[in-house]
Write a protein that binds this ligand. Structure first.
Ligand SMILES: C[S@@+](CC[C@H](N)C(=O)[O-])C[C@H]1O[C@@H](n2cnc3c(N)ncnc32)[C@H](O)[C@@H]1O
Length: 388
C-alpha cells in the first residue's frame, strides 16, 4: 500500500489512506448511495477494480506558481502549489520526468506566471507518458510576445530543458493561452523538440495523441472499458448498420468498433485537434474507409447532419458536465434503440436519466463500473440502455 505523502493537502489521491480493497468497497457503496439519493432502485452492477491501483496516470497537469514552485495544487486552494509534489497517481515515467522539469523550472530565467496579477509567462507543464516510457511535455505559457520574451531568450532556456532530458525519449511542445487564462490546455503551439504527439497503444490499437487533446488517462483500465464497449455492442450486432461514436475524441472507441464489426462508424467530436488525430488513427489501424470524423458539437451534429437509417447505435462518452439539454431532448424524442453510455460522472448520468427524462424512454439493461481513477472517489461507468 502507498499513501500520498501530502494528505490531506493533496487532492489527487484522497483515498490513499485506505488499502486498495477498502477503496473499492467504499466506491461500490458510493455508487449504490447515488441511486438511493435519486429515489431509484440500485441495479445489479459489475465493479471492475484497477489492475494497477498506484502510479497509473499517463497524464499529469503540473502547475508553476508565481514563486517558481512546481507540482500539484493544494486541495481547494487554486493559488497554492505543493512544491515538488508529483503524487502517487502519476506513473513512474512521469514521476522521473517531473524531477527533471522541476529542476528546470527552478533554474530558468523565464518569468513565472502570477495568477493574481496576470503577469509572467510559465503556467503549467503537462507531462504525458506511454507504456513504452516515452514522454510528451506540453509547456503552457502566455504568448511570448505579450510579455516581451524574445525567441532567442526562449530558445536558450528551452535548450537547457532539452539537455536535461538527454537520453530520454522525449517530445516537447509549447502551447499558448491568453494572458488571463489559467487553463492547462492551450491552443497554438510550437514543437520544441521531437514530435507534437505521443503514440499510445491500447489493446493493439495505435493512437496518436496530440498535446492538447483528450486521451484516456488510465491505459490499463481504458483497455478493459474498450473491451466492454465492444462486448456490449456484440450483444445486438445483428440489429444495427451504423455506429455513432458521440464525444468520440481521437477515435479511441470508434476505431476499435469499426475494426471489430467492419461497420461504418461516425465519430463526432468538437475539438479539431482530436478529429485530425482521429483521421490519422483510423489510417494507422486500417479503418479509414469505415470511420468518418466530424468536427462539431454533438448537439449541432444531431440537429444539422444526422439522418437516421433506423438501424443506428449511439455510443456516448461525454465529459463530466454530461449531455446538453438539446442532446437530451433529441434522445428522448427520437434516440435509437440502443445507447451505450460511458459516464465519468455517474451522478450526472443519474440526473439525466431519472430527473431529465431519459428513464421515460429507456431502461437500463446493464451497468459496469470501472475503477478508472483509483485513490480518488471517481469511477467510469458504462450504462447499456435499451429503448422501451
Ligand atoms: C470523456 S472524453 C471521451 C473521448 C473518447 N470517447 C475517448 O474515449 O477517448 C469527451 C470528449 O468529448 C469532447 N467534447 C466535449 N464537449 C463536446 C460537445 N459538446 N460536442 C462534441 N464533443 C465534445 C471532448 O473534447 C472530449 O474529447
Amino acid at each position: 500500500m502507498h499513501t500520498c505523502s501530502l494528505l490531506p493537502k493533496c487532492g489527487a489521491a484522497p483515498l490513499s489512506y485506505m488499502p486498495y480493497s477498502k477503496q473499492a468497497d467504499y466506491k461500490r457503496g458510493l455508487f449504490r448511495e447515488a441511486f438511493k439519493k435519486v429515489g431509484a432502485k440500485v441495479p445489479d452492477f459489475e465493479f471492475i477494480p484497477a489492475p494497477v491501483p498506484y502510479f497509473y496516470r499517463n497524464r499529469m497537469d503540473y502547475t508553476v506558481s508565481f514563486r517558481g514552485e512546481f507540482g500539484l495544487r493544494e486541495r481547494g486552494k487554486w493559488w497554492r502549489v505543493l512544491d515538488g509534489h508529483a503524487c502517487i497517481v502519476a506513473d513512474k515515467t512521469i514521476r522521473r520526468a517531473f524531477k527533471l522539469v522541476n529542476s528546470w523550472v527552478k533554474g530558468t530565467s523565464l518569468p513565472y506566471y502570477d495568477r493574481k496579477k496576470h503577469t509572467g509567462f510559465l503556467k503549467y507543464v503537462v507531462i504525458r507518458s506511454n507504456l513504452d516510457n516515452e514522454l510528451l511535455l506540453n509547456i503552457v505559457t502566455t504568448p511570448p510576445e505579450i510579455v516581451g520574451i524574445t525567441s532567442r531568450f526562449l530558445t536558450d532556456e528551452l535548450v537547457k530543458l532539452i539537455e536535461m532530458f538527454k537520453g530520454n525519449p522525449v517530445n516537447i511542445v509549447l502551447s499558448f493561452t491568453p494572458l488571463k487564462s489559467d487553463r492547462s490546455i492551450g491552443k497554438l503551439y510550437k514543437v520544441v523538440y521531437g514530435q507534437d504527439f505521443l503514440a499510445q497503444t491500447i489493446n493493439g490499437f495505435k493512437y496518436k495523441v496530440y498535446a492538447n487533446a483528450f486521451f484516456q488517462n488510465n491505459p490499463c483500465v481504458a483497455a478493459l472499458l474498450q473491451n466492454k464497449v465492444v462486448e456490449t455492442v456484440k450483444g445486438f450486432k445483428n440489429e444495427f448498420e451504423n455506429i455513432y461514436d458521440l464525444y468520440g475524441g481521437a477515435g479511441f472507441l470508434g476505431i476499435a468498433l469499426a475494426r471489430v464489426f467492419r461497420t461504418k462508424v461516425n465519430v463526432v467530436e468538437e475539438f479539431g485537434e482530436s478529429t485530425k488525430a482521429g483521421e490519422e488513427n483510423a489510417r494507422l489501424n486500417g479503418v479509414s474507409k469505415l470511420v468518418r470524423f466530424t468536427t462539431s458539437t454533438v448537439s449541432e451534429y444531431l440537429s444539422n447532419f444526422y439522418q437516421t437509417t433506423g438501424k443506428d447505435v449511439f455510443v456516448l462518452d461525454p465529459p463530466r458536465v454530461g449531455l446538453s439539454n438539446d442532446v437530451l431532448k433529441f434522445l428522448i424524442a427520437k434516440g435509437p434503440k440502443y445507447l451505450v453510455y460511458v459516464s465519468c460522472k455517474y451522478t450526472r448520468f443519474l440526473e439525466e436519466f431519472y430527473k431529465l427524462g431519459l428513464a421515460a424512454k429507456y431502461r437500463i439493461k446493464q451497468v459496469t463500473v470501472f475503477d478508472m481513477f483509483p485513490l480518488t472517489e471517481h469511477v467510469e461507468s458504462l450504462f447499456y440502455l435499451v429503448r422501451k
